[in-house]
Design a protein around this ligand. Structure first.
Ligand code: SRM
Ligand code: SF4
Length: 586
């Protein structure tokens, strides 16, 4: 993919512009006084809580356009049903609710039961594991939204969904290996918690909007203080991830800020970290100033400054990020506009970060953690492969039984999978899972296990094509062609936003237009480079033959047995298309 072109005008930032010159989202944030007041529209100024009360009583089917923007900071997306050919269905409004899972997807048994109960009571009976180690509830209808948040606040965590979405720091990703691996402990999860805590919003509005006291009364006066974010928060979402010496499943170069522990003789594990910054995968079609970009290497910092460095970069983004055109507002554009050397100088001089120039540490490959592994401290952990991250009612029952009967804890992975931890008796677990019809990873083909897909239609309002619902069908065809065990990572999304990270996959697919897909190839298992375009447009009905053709080429034309991504990276695209037998456009 080509590097982005320079935007035609200078950036509109907090430093150089007034609110009138900025996007409407900036006004909505500023006027909300800490995400509480909704201004404009027919009702004039009112509280977000007023809209939620009307929703709960059934007086309104959904929330208004301005409240919709605020709801994202509360972990909530207003959505609308999409039927035939993706058309929106009139009056079929519901919500997607995403959990705050501050660091590395760790969930205790009682929390898991609360989530599991909520899937039936408030959602569509499924739990959807995400590509950032969180959980989403889909199809939550208006009257059930506030009861769901109250339920999560009681049973999961008090600020159950706060800042899971919105223009703030999102859930911090950490390799699940960090707390599990018997040999290598870099205490990454601890760092992730500290970062999450430091960059969490402080306004009390979440509690005023959603919660009531024991007598059912609304909480008192809102405290809008946001010492770090100020009244306009960040220009855009902001993402941080922490890799492990044996696992880069967090895809460190796709993060706004990413840390990799430095290992080597004389270095205490977890004491020194490589800092990468300025990654992000979104792309707006027909807008040459946008592109997926990998993080840039800034240098090496001591552990004591990891939290401060994250905070410093968030502040630079707050001050210098674009505030008029949200498509250009991510930190990946800001850092390139400011210049890497200027950012490094600012981190050193203004924030006192002890940033050392160094050779960056290579990344480990993705570790999917499927199946049985010994766990630090004794016993073992057992990784399940969850197709498309979707846990339906039957699978939920199996996981719940395992957690309840064997006293296990849960870790969510960046691959939309789930790891059962603290297993004392492997045989007892496997027997229990089999009894509940849970497919053990070794019974699932490799292509399927390695794959990821975003929710896309019918819930995602930005989806152009299917993803989660269609990739399994194509994998069926791959398996029927005898290629189900080719060791390749396929990731698919329904639009170019990159939610399941196709641009760093060995094979990446994203939706384009109503019925076409872009096919990328050549990312690496270490997630260290961007894939390039093999096909600019393949209609849905030709996608299975294209994938079968690519996998056959990996199997039959790769005499050196290179890793699939390396083979595809090196292969001549014209030759590959000839082997596949399908030209661009299908
Ligand atoms: Fe995403 C927007 C789902 C990870 C880039 N993403 C959305 C929304 C909320 C659609 C919307 O704005 O209306 C999707 C909800 C659909 C639904 O029905 O559930 C959505 N994103 C997801 C999830 C659930 C995909 C999944 O298969 O698991 C992931 C939730 C992660 C989490 O728990 O926080 C998810 N999204 C990502 C990632 C991957 C990552 O962060 O590791 C990316 C690419 C990395 C990046 O941020 O650059 C990603 N999502 C986007 C973008 C493009 C941002 C950009 O810079 O252009 C959007 C659209 C936007 O923000 O305007 C988006
Ligand atoms: Fe929706 Fe696009 Fe993200 Fe898929 S990649 S969930 S279609 S925004």
């Amino acid at each position: 993919m080509a590097p982005p072109e320079t935007p035609a005008r200078p950036a509109v930032t907090l430093e150089n512009s007034s609110l009138d010159e900025m996007s409407k989202n900036e006004r909505i944030k500023a006027e909300s006084k800490g995400l509480y007041y909704v201004s404009g529209g027919k009702g004039g100024i009112h509280t977000f809580r007023d809209e939620i009360d009307a929703l709960e009583s059934g007086a309104r089917p959904t929330i208004g356009a301005e409240a919709k923007e605020l709801s994202k900071f509360h972990g909530i997306y207003k959505q609308q049903g999409r039927g035939e050919r993706g058309r929106r269905i009139a009056d079929d409004y519901f919500f997607m609710v995403r959990l705050k899972c501050p660091a590395g997807g760790a969930i205790r048994p009682a929390q898991w039961f609360a989530l599991d109960d909520a899937a039936d009571a408030f959602g569509d009976g499924t739990l959807r594991l995400t590509s950032r180690q969180s959980v989403q509830f889909h199809h939550v209808y208006g009257p059930k939204l506030a009861p769901l948040i109250r339920h999560l606040s009681r049973g999961y965590r008090r600020d159950g969904t706060l800042s899971a979405c919105g223009d703030v720091n999102r859930n911090v990703m950490t390799s699940p290996l960090d707390t599990l691996d018997p040999d290598c402990d870099v205490r990454g999860q601890e760092l992730a918690y500290d970062i999450a805590q430091e960059l969490a919003p402080r306004s009390s509005s979440y509690f005023q909007v959603w919660l009531s006291d024991a007598e059912g009364n609304k909480h008192g006066v809102v405290s809008p203080e946001e010492p770090l974010y100020g009244s306009q928060y960040l220009p855009r979402k902001f993402k941080i991830g922490i890799a492990h010496p044996k696992d880069n499943s967090i895809d460190v170069l796709t993060q706004d800020v990413g840390f990799v522990p430095v290992v080597g003789s004389g270095i205490v594990p977890g004491s020194v970290w490589d800092l990468h910054s300025g990654g992000g995968l979104g792309l707006t079609h027909h807008n040459e100033t946008t592109a997926p970009l990998l993080g840039l290497y800034l240098g090496r910092i001591p552990r004591e400054q990891v939290v401060e460095a994250s905070r410093a970069i968030a502040i630079l983004q707050k001050e210098h990020g674009e505030r008029k055109d949200r498509r250009l507002a991510r930190w990946k554009y800001t850092i390139r506009r400011l210049g890497v050397e200027a950012v490094k100088a600012s981190l050193r001089a203004r924030f006192g970060i002890d940033l050392e120039d160094a050779e960056q540490q290579p990344f480990a490959p993705i570790d999917l953690l499927h199946g049985w592994h010994p766990q630090r401290g004794g016993g073992g952990y057992y990784g399940l492969s969850i197709e498309g991250g979707r846990i339906g009612p039957e699978l939920r029952r199996g996981i719940r039984a395992a957690v309840a009967e064997l006293g296990l804890t849960v870790r969510l992975t960046p691959q939309q999978d789930l790891v059962l931890c603290d297993v004392a008796d492997r045989r007892a677990l496997e027997t229990l899972l089999e009894r509940h019809g849970v497919a053990l990873p070794e019974s699932i083909g490799r292509v399927r296990r390695n794959s990821m897909a975003c929710p896309a239609k019918p819930t995602c309002g930005l989806a152009m094509t299917e993803a989660e619902r269609i990739l399994p069908q194509w994998i069926d065809e791959i398996e029927q062609a005898g290629l189900g065990d080719v060791d390749v990572v396929i990731r698919m999304t329904g639009c170019p936003n990159g939610c399941a990270r196709p641009p760093t996959a060995e094979i990446g697919i994203f939706g384009y237009g109503k019925n076409d897909h872009v096919v990328l190839i050549g990312g690496s298992r270490e997630c260290s480079r961007l894939a390039h375009t093999l096909y600019e447009r393949i209609p849905t009905e030709r996608m299975a033959p294209v994938l079968v053709g690519i996998l056959r080429a990996i199997r039959d034309h790769n005499p050196e047995r290179l890793a699939a991504g390396d083979f595809l990276h090196q292969a001549d695209p014209a030759q590959l298309r000839a082997w596949i037998g399908i030209e661009d456009g299908g």
